[in-house]
Design a protein around this ligand. Structure first.
Ligand SMILES: NC(=O)C1=CN([C@@H]2O[C@H](COP(=O)(O)OP(=O)(O)OC[C@H]3O[C@@H](n4cnc5c(N)ncnc54)[C@H](O)[C@@H]3O)[C@@H](O)[C@H]2O)[C@@H](O)CC1
Ligand SMILES: [K+]
Length: 476
């Protein structure tokens, strides 16, 4: 599991740790880790041209101390001080002692740099880069140098993953002590490049429950339902799919395809696309009547391609977990969802989430963490917000928000959400909690898309059929 903590928590842990260490020791740990990681990226340190962008806080201090270490190893290191009279005094002194130089002209040194250390702001920065830092950041990004963010890319919001102004797009980020939510969640995540965590001994001082977490292969392998000797198709769980319409029969087929790959013992389909579903997947149990008459299921999926057809409230009246997606989300009444005793999982994309929250789509996309938490609270339900970094939140902030790390932009294709809903519904029927079902489904779905795309456009059908490989991948 990759876990992330908000700034307040990181600072509290740092204070505890600092109290037990000699003055400045923690910053030295950070700088040593940063210099080692940077040296690895450079390959050859001796003779390399490094530029340190140093802001006025401790983030600049980290960068200056790391610059000093690189200078001692023979790199030519120049510092661009964004606030010359407020630069970290001890860091700057160490930097100068090691042979580092303060640049007369930032643009000259940046044009010739092999590597730039971005120490403008770290966890103390808010509101995007200040106007005077913007041209320097742009020149760094416009050069041929590798840009390495110190702790986090300057200009992003560490806690929320928002980018409120301009930020410096890094090729890699070296972060200290713990991941921060903004390193995992878009849009900020898109600025980080590969993220490396440097251990500074913070872990024992951090609480056991983080703010965000991202599953890894091993976590998913543990959560996936595996049949045992006593299993039969009913004990493995039956998932019911209420989807499709005369206009959108394909959504039914894709949701069923996802469900068949999700580990439930059987898939029931209820709706007008039964012929299409059977033609493609003869193993599906189909029925034309209302959901209540379809036979027992352990979870329902309702919504993909449903159009204006009714049926959502009827499904929500069932006493089993229900996943509501797509058309099923339109005008969904929070009171109806809140009154349910069994779990509910809502799976909106940004546009659907915006409609439910009564805000613009852009607002949801720029503040994904806040939006998913707000929706979960409003509906008293687990919410999976689809997108570049899919998020899964439980209501009441009880559990860390899950951030899916496997997404790929190739997934932005028609029908891929239908596959996801069937897959997650199948996992619900197999007995996973809404939060686990949603996050495991998002993980497999992203992995499957990477298999299916392999560097070229994919189709939703191929995402469904590659799910088998994604499962194997996770177990391997
Ligand atoms: N507390 C500690 O012991 C440790 C802190 N560390 C480093 O310290 C950093 C936090 O240091 P600080 O709390 O001093 O904060 P930062 O260095 O992140 O930034 C604060 C400074 O930046 C200015 N600033 C704020 N927003 C800005 C903006 N948008 N544009 C330009 N300037 C802006 C502020 O006026 C302030 O002077 C961490 O990110 C990490 O790099 C590490 O050395 C590990 C140990
Ligand atoms: K930074």
């Amino acid at each position: 599991m990759r876990i992330a903590y908000r700034v307040e928590t990181v600072r509290a842990a740092e204070q505890e740790l600092i109290a037990r260490l000699p003055d400045g020791a923690l910053m030295q740990r950070a700088a040593a880790g940063l210099a080692a990681a940077t040296a690895g990226m450079l390959g050859r340190v001796y003779g390399a041209r490094v530029v340190v962008l140093a802001g006025s806080g401790d983030n600049g201090g980290d960068a200056l101390y790391a610059g000093a270490r690189l200078a001692r190893r023979g790199a030519g290191v120049s510092a661009v001080l964004l606030a010359p009279d407020r630069a970290h005094p001890d860091g700057l002194a160490a930097f100068l002692r090691a042979g580092g130089r303060v640049a007369d002209d930032p643009y000259d040194v940046l044009a010739a740099a092999d590597l730039v250390l971005d120490g403008i702001t770290g966890i103390g920065g808010h509101g995007g880069l200040r106007p005077d830092a913007v041209p320097v950041a742009r020149a760094a990004r416009g050069s041929n140098a590798l840009v390495v963010a110190v702790d986090l890319p300057s200009g992003i919001e560490a806690d929320s993953g928002e980018v409120l102004g301009e930020a410096l797009h890094a090729d890699a980020t070296v972060t200290f002590g713990a991941y921060k939510p903004g390193l995992l969640v878009d849009p900020a995540h898109a600025y980080t490049g590969a993220v490396r965590l440097v251990d500074i001994g913070l872990e024992p001082h951090l609480p056991s429950v983080p703010d965000c977490e991202a599953l890894q292969h091993a976590d998913v392998a543990q959560l996936l339902p595996v049949p045992t000797g006593e299993s039969d198709k009913y004990r493995r769980g039956v998932v019911g799919i209420v989807a499709g319409s005369a206009r959108y029969p394909g959504a039914a087929v894709l949701a069923v395809a996802g469900a068949l790959h999700g580990g439930a013992g059987a898939v029931r389909y209820v709706g007008p696309a039964a012929d299409d579903v059977i033609a493609r997947f003869p193993e599906t149990l189909v029925s034309a009547g209302p959901p209540a008459k379809a036979g027992r299921v352990q979870a329902w999926v309702v919504g993909p391609g449903l159009g204006d057809a009714p049926g959502v409230e009827e499904v929500l009246a069932a006493d089993v977990p229900v996943l509501v997606d797509a058309d099923g989300l339109r005008g969904l009444d929070p009171a109806v969802v809140r009154d349910r005793a069994a779990p509910t999982l809502l799976t909106p994309h940004a546009g659907e989430a915006a409609a439910l929250l009564g805000v613009s789509r852009a607002e949801v996309e720029s503040a994904r963490l806040r939006s998913v938490r707000e929706l979960a609270d409003r509906y008293g339900a687990t919410v999976l917000l689809k997108g570049s970094t899919t998020l899964v939140a439980d209501p009441g902030g009880r559990a860390p928000v899950r951030v899916n790390p496997t997404g790929t932009s190739w997934l932005a294709t028609a029908g891929s959400g239908d596959v996801l809903s069937g897959l997650a519904g199948s996992l619900l029927a197999a007995g996973l909690t809404a939060r686990d079902a949603g996050s495991v489904a998002a993980y497999l779905h992203g992995l499957s898309a990477r298999h299916a795309a392999n560097g070229a456009p994919l189709t939703a059908s191929s995402v469904a059929s590659s799910l088998t490989n994604a499962w194997r991948d996770v177990y391997a």
